[in-house]
Design a protein around this ligand. Structure first.
Ligand SMILES: [Zn+2]
Ligand SMILES: [Zn+2]
Length: 448
């Protein structure tokens, strides 16, 4: 027993020393790039492009990957409407070994920036109604791209330390959650090979800079759009008895579906039913023929998701029946379409492995296991149906530590992702991201 204990300590001591030397080598390889990465971050932040419009952003990333020695293919992606996609793939082959995919997203949001930072975006575009709207990297995809370039360059420099194939991808249109699907539909894995692992990171507006969060298992929820049209029989507002009022039925429906999560779903299964829009009617004294609702459903398990969807349909039918709406005017419930994504499920073995790498790199106090969130991502699609490929999305702390302390003290929430006031602190967020993601890839591709 004693002997075993001694030798284990000896082995651990040696590996800690070896790990220390590896981390120092990594830190040295990253250090020299930091000033350049900081100005890249500011440039990207100043020049955001909306989903499906990432033309200059993707061309910049492609050019930088080429300079670093990657074999780059542009315009990878196929949207259902045939519009041009700006996905990029950078490949680097370095002998036999695993294929590791590292993904960054590239798109920004229609948000008018109010951070007041010196490198704020003043970009404006016209929306579908012809109005000028501001564009901002309010989700931090500029942080992701900057880290991605740092990782690409560091791994290109450290080729002696890994073997296998790197597949670095710039994914378009994450905010519309159709970019990952577009790349897969364009034969991403058939053309460039099927990875053994897929990794990504997302900045976190609640986690202090310098820290990394790793979810083991569920990380982000599935998202399912549902459209409901409650139909009635319209008429004069003064003669409701001669109509079947869809506005009253829609109001009843909205209240009735509030009990799907509270009464029909297990309290141990997270789920959300949100009615985001309601449109009906044109004049105060006219009872309309129909009311349209747009819903967003979030869940972590397929069983829960399917139960919610059948509850939504059944309740719509029941309310129409109770209101005496004829069968021919039954509600129409449409599920899915654009915006449907599965949950992001971090492979537990991979997540634990990376967690150990991050603890070795940053110390235990800087690696947390945050709660899963009900937000959604399309990164989960890269893991393919049935979680056949191990994937892991890690969270990168992006907020000044004193702001996190303020929030804990006062309870006042910090500006969240997608907020016009979300301003990640570039240093040491970028350094931490580059070191952590590079260390993760090196661990998966160690010479073996
Ligand atoms: Zn976002
Ligand atoms: Zn995002």
């Amino acid at each position: 027993m004693l002997n075993w204990g001694k030798s284990a300590a000896l082995v651990m001591g040696l590996s800690a020393a070896a790990m220390g030397a590896e981390n120092q080598e990594l830190a040295a390889a990253v250090e020299g790039q930091l000033a350049g990465l900081d100005s890249t971050y500011r440039d990207l932040h100043r020049a955001p492009e909306l989903s499906r419009s990432e033309e200059r952003t993707s061309a910049f990333l492609a050019g930088e990957l080429r300079k670093a020695g990657y074999d780059v293919t542009e315009h990878v992606g196929k949207y259902t409407d045939g519009s041009r996609a700006y996905g990029i793939v950078g490949m680097m082959k370095n002998g036999a070994g695993p294929t590791v995919l590292v993904r960054t997203d590239m798109d920004a949001l229609p948000v008018e920036e109010q951070t007041g930072v010196e490198y704020a975006s003043h970009v404006k575009v016209r929306d579908a109604d012809g109005r000028q709207v501001g564009v901002m990297h309010a989700c931090g995809h500029d942080v992701h791209m900057t880290v991605f370039l740092g990782v690409a360059r560091t791994l290109a420099k450290m080729k002696a330390d890994w073997h296998g194939t790197l597949m670095l991808i710039g994914q378009p249109s994450e905010e519309r959650v159709d970019g990952a699907r577009a790349m897969l539909d364009d034969g991403l894995y058939e053309r460039f090979g099927r990875p053994d692992y897929a990794l990504a990171l997302h900045d976190d507006s609640d986690l202090a800079t310098g820290k990394i969060g790793v979810n083991v298992g569920p990380a982000l929820a599935s998202s399912t759009p549902v459209d409901v049209t409650i139909r009635g029989l319209g008429g004069h507002g003064a003669h409701p008895d001669a109509t079947k009022d869809p506005i009253v039925a829609a109001a009843e429906y909205i209240m009735a579906i509030q009990t799907i999560v509270s009464r029909q779903t297990s309290p141990l299964d997270p789920a959300v039913v949100t009615v985001g829009t309601i449109h009906g009617g044109s004049k105060r004294n006219v009872i309309p023929d129909e009311v349209k609702l747009e819903l967003s459903i979030r869940a972590y398990s397929e069983r829960v998701r399917e139960n919610i969807l059948s509850d939504l349909s059944r309740t719509a039918k029941g309310i129409a029946l109770a209101a005496g709406i004829p069968e021919s005017r039954a509600p129409i419930v449409t599920v899915g379409g654009d915006g449907t994504v599965p949950e992001t499920y971090n492979d537990p073995a991979l997540a634990r492995r990376l967690e150990a790498v991050f603890v070795g790199l940053l110390g235990k106090q800087n690696v947390t296991e945050p709660k899963p969130i009900m937000g959604s991502e399309d990164f989960g699609l890269f893991g393919l149906e049935g979680r056949t490929m191990p994937i892991c999305m890690v969270r990168l702390g992006a907020v000044a530590p004193d702001k996190v302390e303020d929030r804990e003290r006062t309870g006042v929430p910090l500006p969240s992702l997608h907020s016009s006031r979300f301003a990640p602190q570039p240093d040491p967020t970028i350094r931490t991201g580059v070191e952590a993601m590079t260390a993760a890839v090196l661990d998966l591709m160690k010479s073996r």
